[in-house]
Ligand binder design. Structure first.
Ligand code: LLP
Length: 481
């Protein structure tokens, strides 16, 4: 199994033929340059977006999110239908969640997976049908579980013995009935290339395959819980089908054993389908993944002579990742002589690790282009950095940009739709940028940007602290913390 490369062998990419080119695999489908060379997103010049909304700016192409949601659903449904079973696709909200995004994906027929009370609150605020929500997480609080049961959430994925008993007590007290899945740790991990050698994983999620059987037996003893199936998620940003197929084989074995004790209608194989962040990345098309995974499940079921269960999947990044572009303005540039043969051009932009933590967290590699113009200047090896007080505040580690890139230029970083907005912080008291959605040639704010007032609003030295203010209430009945 291969995971996408998080770092490359040489510290720089190949010199491009054209440092203005927009590689089709990383930019939204509707990205191009107008007759002046200005980058257009969804038909709107990046310069117009800057004038209207400022920078940094998260731009999310709604048409592309919808198209990817449709394509992903069709891929899994078609693959499942070939074996006479059904597939449900949950959008993994952790990749990017706002009420608008919930509307788009549910309009397109997806269910939604949430993993905290906060994410649940957003999905409910968007009017999502609670019966089409799934709830994950390795440490759901009593309040979060209470809320989920109270609103009639479709399913809860149980992650531990303690949670099992916690939920059992809640449903008993409320005299409720709750559908649950059991999360298993199949021992296959995305970051492990030699997955066959991985016997037991040292991580926090789920039950081991051995313990899961006992957990299911316990659930089946309880009147208030209905066991519907196993859940397994092997990791994220995975290229190829090998890891999914191996994991499916292991999980189907347990699934088959559980059939001896009753129905097991569903198998949820999670998300993790990779996308291209750089032109050289080559993820497996979703149709191929869907077919490969479903065929693997079908084969494993056939070997054991059991019916194929209905299948569920939870893509996040694959739906929103490529639909997002972040626009920045260049503030300073600085050639830094690394050694006698090599100078690196540092290009500082007006955001950084607060709006995209992924390079700092995972060594993630991105690409960038000057958005406000094209240039014939000789390409220079650049490192795009943010404005935070850390040398690890890198947005794009290595990219050839036109050598005349200068203060005032707009810089665009593609493939930022997933896990950038959702991982954003206020480090150094930098306000988080707005999110603008593009559809049919129109742009509109779907999450407003933060102001300095927002940054000061929680400072109890300026606003009188309220009694008991240590448990902020997000909305009725949902407490996070
Ligand atoms: N289902 C479960 C149970 C998950 O834990 C996740 C991601 C997904 C689905 C969706 O995975 P996706 O299809 O988006 O790969 N912050 C990291 C990724 C963390 C993923 C956490 N779980 C990053 O920026 O790469």
């Amino acid at each position: 199994m291969s995971a996408a490369p998080q770092s490359r062998a040489t510290p720089w990419p190949a010199v491009p033929d054209d440092a203005n080119a927009l590689a089709a695999n990383v930019w939204p489908d509707a990205a191009d340059r107008d007759e002046h060379g200005v980058l257009r997103l969804g038909g709107i010049p990046a310069t117009t977006l800057r004038e209207r909304f400022g920078t940094p700016l998260y731009v999310l192409d709604e048409d592309e999110v919808r198209a990817r949601a449709r394509r992903t659903l069709a891929a899994f449904r078609t693959a499942a239908a070939a074996h006479d079973v059904q597939a449900r696709v949950y959008y993994a909200g952790k990749a990017f969640l706002s009420t608008e995004v919930v509307h788009w994906v549910t309009d397109e027929g997806l269910a939604v997976d949430v993993c905290t009370g906060g994410e649940l609150a957003v999905a409910l605020a968007a009017g999502a049908d609670p019966s089409r929500l799934g709830f994950h997480g390795n440490n759901k609080s009593v309040a979060e579980l209470e809320r989920a049961v109270a609103v009639g959430i479709g399913s809860i994925v149980i992650d531990s013995w303690i949670e099992l008993e916690r939920l059992a007590a809640i449903v008993e007290r409320r005299d409720a009935q709750q559908a649950v899945l059991v999360r298993v740790n199949s021992g296959v991990h995305a970051e492990t290339h030699d997955f066959l050698a991985t016997a037991h994983e040292d991580q926090k999620f789920g039950f081991t395959l051995q313990d899961a059987a006992a957990a299911v037996a316990r659930i089946r003893e309880l009147d208030g819980l209905t066991f519907v199936g196993l859940h397994c998620h092997i990791g994220s940003q995975i290229f190829g089908t090998a890891g999914f197929r191996e994991s499916a084989a292991r999980v189907v074995e347990l699934h088959a054993a559980l059939l001896e004790g009753g129905d097991v209608p569903v198998l949820n194989l999670g998300g993790g389908f990779g996308i291209a962040y750089r032109p050289e990345d080559d993820p497996t098309p979703i149709e191929e993944l869907a077919t490969g995974i479903v065929e693997a499940v079908a084969r494993e079921c056939a070997v054991r002579g059991i019916p194929i269960p209905n299948l569920a999947f939870e893509p996040g990044r694959a739906i929103v990742g490529k639909a997002g572009v972040t626009l920045y303005e260049v503030g300073t540039t600085k050639p830094v002589e690394v050694d006698e043969s090599f100078t690196r051009l540092y290009v500082s932009v007006d955001g950084g690790m607060s709006d995209n933590a992924r390079p700092a967290l995972y060594g993630a590699q991105y690409t960038a282009r000057v958005a406000s113009r094209t240039s014939d200047a000789e390409p220079a090896l650049a490192r795009v950095v943010g404005k935070h007080c850390e040398s690890g505040d890198i947005v794009v580690d290595a990219e050839y940009l036109p050598g005349d890139v200068a203060p005032g230029d707009l810089l665009a970083v593609p493939a930022t739709g997933a896990y950038c907005f959702s991982l954003a912080s206020n480090y150094n008291y930098v306000p988080r940028p707005p999110v603008v959605a593009l559809r049919g040639g129109e742009a509109r704010v779907i999450v407003r940007g933060e102001t300095v007032d927002d940054l000061l609003a929680r400072d109890a030295g300026l606003t009188a602290p309220t009694e008991g203010n240590d448990m902020p209430v997000l909305s009725e009945g949902i407490e996070t913390k």
